[in-house]
Design a protein around this ligand. Sequence first.
Ligand code: FES
Ligand code: FES
Length: 161
Amino acid sequence: METNETHQTSLRVNGTEYRLDLVPWVSLLDALREKIHLTGTKKGCDHGQCGACTVLIDGKRVLSCLTLGVMKDGAEITTIEGIADGENLHPVQKAFIEHDAFQCGYCTPGQICSAIGMIQEGKAKTREDVQELMSGNLCRCGANRGIIDAIMEVKEGGHHE
Ligand code: FES
Ligand code: FES
C-alpha cells in the first residue's frame, strides 16, 4: 500500500457533512483545522497532555490530537463552533463568561467541550470530583478557579437552557 494513499472519510461536524480525502495519519485535530477550516479547536501540545483540542464525538469528550481522522468516518463531531444553539450560548458558555473563566482564551474551547462531556458523564458529584475530572484540561493563565466555579454552577442547575 502506498503510504500516502488517501482514504475517503465522511465527518459530520456540527451537523454538516464533510467528505474528505485523508491520509491515514492525519489527526482529527488537523482535519478540523486545516481541511474544514474550523480553527476554534486549539492545538496546544499535540501530544494528549493539555486538553486544548478537546471535541465531542457522539457526545463524548475526546482529544482530537490523539484521534485519527480516518477512524472517525461517519462519526458525529461537535466542536466549539457548534456548541451554541444559534444566537443562544450554551449554559456552560454563559457560566464561563459570568465567572471570568478565561483570560487569553486559548484553553477555553477545550475546557468548554470537556466540561459538557464531563457533565454528561454524570460522575462528578463534588467540586473535588469536577477538579479531578477536568484535570486533563490545563490552563496556563490560572483561570482554573473560575472554570470550576462555572462548571459547578451549571451542574447545580444555576443555568437552564
Ligand atoms: S493539543 Fe491535544 S491534548 Fe494538547
Ligand atoms: S485562559 Fe489562557 S490558557 Fe486558559
